[in-house]
Design a protein around this ligand. Structure first.
Ligand SMILES: NC(=O)c1ccc[n+]([C@@H]2O[C@H](COP(=O)([O-])OP(=O)(O)OC[C@H]3O[C@@H](n4cnc5c(N)ncnc54)[C@H](OP(=O)(O)O)[C@@H]3O)[C@@H](O)[C@H]2O)c1
Length: 276
């Protein structure tokens, strides 16, 4: 259970797997919560939330309006978590123009629009921005070209924001999870075989839960993480704890057989050095 000082939090993507788990945890921990998503109030499952509104996060004016509306309903804001996004898996050569643009828009454009809307609201007394990247951007996973590229943009945004706004005490962090069981990943975990392959890719032998990721997001949003700023804090590694390093058949520089596909091995279990 979260033990920091509860504040006021806006959640983008409040109706999603991670967003709704975060809303539930935040409400239970005494935070005042508001948020937005594509479906808005009709998609909201969590009770006790102050305000939920509808916005298409690919449209900057709608994001700005939704965030301002939420801040007004909360009468201020201390933290923003951007749980808007998608999980899109397809080999690059089969990804169509419109799929690429959609993945970039829902993950990268939306992240920037939200960041830009949040700065004026936080600049007087500081606060926290938390984003979601993916471990696929960190280590390179097959069939993740579009989403890894989009999350690369998110990480670049987060690092620059962290540098630009540190003097205003605005902290900016990204969480880069492995596979988390939510609506977005349902099809990837649909069969026993697919689930087993995914589980084996994670050092802890299982996929994550939305509640586990929500814990990290709420901690990063809180005063307990007051000295956590992406790349500028000694414990940034905390945010990468879900990395799925192969834990089987791994020889440096050799391919790792996963299901029927071959993925280049970039993890060296002998040294834990990260890149072999
Ligand atoms: N699940 C994983 O394994 C995993 C791994 C790495 C990173 N992530 C990242 O974690 C974040 C949360 O993912 P999740 O698993 O919780 O996904 P999810 O259950 O599919 O939730 C996605 C959320 O984003 C909202 N959304 C999508 N498109 C939108 C749009 N155009 N305008 C406004 N809202 C929109 C959805 O709203 P509606 O409910 O109204 O559609 C929903 O609230 C995403 O950034 C995702 O890329 C997830």
């Amino acid at each position: 259970m979260f033990t920091g000082t509860p504040g006021k939090i806006i959640i983008g993507g409040i109706t999603g797997g991670i967003g709704s788990a975060l809303a539930e945890l935040a409400v239970a921990s005494g935070w005042e919560v508001a948020g937005y998503s594509r479906s808005g109030p009709s998609g909201t499952k969590v009770g006790g939330v102050v305000h939920v509104t509808t916005a298409d996060a690919k449209v900057s004016s709608e994001v700005e309006q939704a965030i301002n509306e939420c801040a007004e309903a909360l009468q201020g804001v201390d933290a923003y978590v951007h749980a808007v996004g998608s999980v899109f898996l397809k080999p690059g050569h089969q990804t169509k123009d419109e799929e690429w643009r959609e993945v970039m828009a829902v993950n990268a454009d939306s992240a920037f629009f939200a960041a830009r809307a949040m700065v004026p609201l936080l600049r007087a007394k500081g606060g926290s921005l938390v984003y979601f990247s993916t471990v696929a951007k960190q280590i390179g996973l097959a069939n993740h070209e579009a989403v890894a590229a989009a999350k690369g943009a998110v990480e670049g945004l987060v690092l620059s924001m962290a540098a630009t706004y540190a003097s205003l005490n605005i902290r900016c962090n990204a969480i880069a999870p492995g596979l988390v069981e939510t609506r977005a990943t349902r099809s990837l975990l649909a069969s026993d075989m697919a689930r087993k392959v995914s589980e084996k890719m994670h050092p802890l032998g299982r996929v994550g839960t939305a509640a586990e990721v929500a814990n990290v997001a709420l901690w990063l949003s809180s005063d307990q993480a007051a000295w956590s700023q992406d790349k500028h804090s000694p414990w940034t590694a905390v945010c990468r704890q879900f990395s799925p390093a192969p834990r089987f058949d791994c020889k440096v520089g050799s391919p790792v057989i996963r299901s029927k596909t071959c993925t280049p091995c970039i993890y060296n279990p002998a040294t834990s050095a990260g890149e072999g």
